[in-house]
Design a protein around this ligand. Structure first.
Ligand code: TPP
Length: 548
């Protein structure tokens, strides 16, 4: 039997550690689907929209640390996937897009659904290639993976002309090229240690470049050995144990005035695994560039991401994991920093670990989040869509290194359900809870069909405030009492869930919270808990958050 290019591509994926791909099938890559038919080791998750499939792939890459794969048909499929491509680019997630393409003889002839991915997604993709001949497939597939991972990770597109997929590839074999792991020089690590030892009020700021449990444990050890508090960038709350004395909190949409003060007082910032974009730097104001300037040690695997926005005292091109490990190996001259740690502790207790009693009695949704947090297991996985409803999740949930939070760091709506899908597929035995607003749920909630088909253990909580509440709160701030275009009229979500074949619950009163949550959490398979929330509650909360 002839070995075809489609099979070579499938084998190349597996050689790069791909055991799952997401997508929507298309006539443009039938031979690839056929190749997967004989390769059950590679699980193809067929979704209901390429946008959510792509977001699910992004979430899977966050969970595994490896490039994930999206398969989409040409024009319509690729453009539907655009949201996930944008998110992968914004959040530096390695992603391989396999896009079916028209036959080679018809390229550049305006054939139906023809797309030029390189041009269509220019500025988002790290690299793109239109495969033109069988002989180049092994090298180009290997290069796609290297490009997705190297430096600042990101999305790469590989266009697959339909006729090429069916071509013979008998004399070809897969290749893997590997990825350079940049490591700091011993001198640079020593210098970082010296700066840290001399600082009175240092802060380590950690992004999402590495998310492994091993790295997180190393981070705790580093923080304790050097007696330095740790903050994280937006939606990275699971990177450091939230009950640790050295935990400060996260920068991002929900940064409190108390947090802002503590960042202003720091006399050294060691930023690890973050590109220090606007959300990670309080709108480019932290580290302060005006006098007195805050010294910055910036550690990132891509030299192009260092020294871009901030004067950098010690630029270090390194992966987060190896830098933290190397600094751990240095002899530490730990300082007491008693006053500094007291300020950290006051800030932390003011803004994190809210007791249930801190939730206003009328805020039913806040009580539901608190109740679910009581059921949350240490190795559970929380996913969040984007919106005001996530405020309570960040305040109430407490993460340990064994737990996971998958949120959209760049604030794209629609990621909650696809991320939950990925989490549940990757870790079928772990608790997975997805929080969404009514707006976000109806963007990608159709993937509930996939959750039901695969009997996934996923609990979905929808805050139904009949509003694009976040935008409404921005409107109230900018144009008081003139809401426009933000009201929503919704289906009965619990009934909708049942129509999909999931269990559906609805909570509208505080007195029902404990009973319904307990029952819903004990049900096997996908469960939807709709919470009838009041948009005015989230307005109050978000106004407090944005009035910083
Ligand atoms: C894909 C996408 N579209 C639009 C926005 C702008 N946006 C940010 S939050 C938000 C409203 C979220 O509403 P909902 O999901 O109901 O949550 P709520 O804020 O009401 O808690 C919108 C429209 C976005 N971030 N992402």
């Amino acid at each position: 039997m002839t070995y075809r290019v489609a099979e070579l591509i499938a084998d190349s994926l597996m050689a790069h550690g791909v055991d799952r791909a997401f997508g929507v099938p298309g006539e443009s890559f039938l031979p690839l689907l056929d190749a997967l038919h004989d390769r059950p080791q590679l699980d193809l998750v067929t979704c209901r929209h390429e946008g959510s499939a792509c977001l699910a792939a992004v979430a899977d890459a966050k969970l595994t640390g490896r490039a994930s794969v999206l398969m989409a048909s040409r024009g319509p499929g690729a453009f539907n996937a655009a949201l996930g491509i944008h998110v992968a680019s914004q959040e530096a997630i390695p992603l391989i897009l396999l896009v079916g393409q028209v036959d080679r003889p018809n390229l550049n002839r305006d054939a139906v659904q023809e797309i030029d991915c390189g041009r269509a997604f220019e500025g988002l993709l790290k690299w793109s290639i239109r495969l033109g001949a069988a002989a180049q497939v092994p090298e180009m597939m290997a290069r796609a993976f290297s490009a997705a991972h190297t430096g600042t990770p990101g999305p790469v597109a590989v266009e697959l002309p339909e006729d090429l997929l069916a071509e013979a590839a008998d004399d070809l074999a897969v290749r893997t090229h590997g990825v350079a792991q940049p490591e700091a020089s011993a001198a640079a690590v020593k210098k970082a240690g010296a700066l840290l030892a001399a600082a009175e009020r240092p802060i380590v700021l950690v992004g999402g470049e590495c998310r492994s449990e091993e790295f997180r444990n190393d981070l705790v050890a580093l923080s304790e050995k050097w007696n330095v508090p740790v903050a994280v960038t937006n939606k990275m709350q699971d990177q450091f144990p939230n009950d640790h004395l050295h935990w400060i909190g996260q920068l991002g949409f929900f940064t409190s005035p108390a947090h802002i003060k503590i960042f202003e007082r720091a006399d050294l910032i060691i930023a690890i695994g973050t590109r220090l974009g606007d959300l990670s730097s309080l709108g480019f104001e932290f580290p302060r560039q005006s006098s007195p300037r805050q010294p910055l040690v910036h550690v990132y695997p891509d030299p192009a991401a260092i020294g871009t926005h901030f004067q950098t005292d010690l630029p270090i091109v390194s992966s987060s994991a190896s830098f933290v490990r190397n600094l751990l190996d240095q002899p530490a001259s730990s300082r007491e920093r008693t006053d500094w740690m007291r300020v950290v502790s006051i800030t932390r207790s003011a803004t994190h670990g809210w007791p249930t009693s801190g939730v206003p009695s009328g805020d039913v949704y806040g009580h539901v989040v608190a109740e679910i947090a009581d059921h949350f297991r240490p190795n559970g996985i929380v996913t969040t869509d984007s919106g005001n409803f996530a405020g309570w999740v960040h305040r109430i949930f407490s993460f340990k290194p064994s737990g996971r939070l998958l949120g959209s760091a760049c604030g794209a709506m629609g990621s909650g359900i696809p991320s939950g899908l990925s989490a549940s597929l990757r870790f079928p035995d772990r608790q997975v809870i997805a929080f969404c607003g009514d707006g976000g749920f109806l963007m990608t909630g159709n993937e509930l069909a996939v959750a039901v088909a695969r009997r996934l253990e996923i609990k979905i909580v929808i805050s139904n405030n009949q509003s694009y509440g976040t935008i409404r709160s921005h409107q109230e701030r900018a144009f008081p009492n003139r809401p426009h275009g933000t009201d929503l009229s919704n289906p009965d979500f619990a009934a909708l869930a049942r129509a999909y074949g999931a269990a559906g619950y609805c909570i509208s009163e505080a007195r029902n919270v404990a009973g319904v949550v307990a029952e819903a959490m004990s049900v096997r398979g996908p469960v939807v808990i709709e919470v009838r929330s009041d948009v005015r509650q989230s307005l109050d909360k978000s106004l407090a958050a944005v009035s910083r």
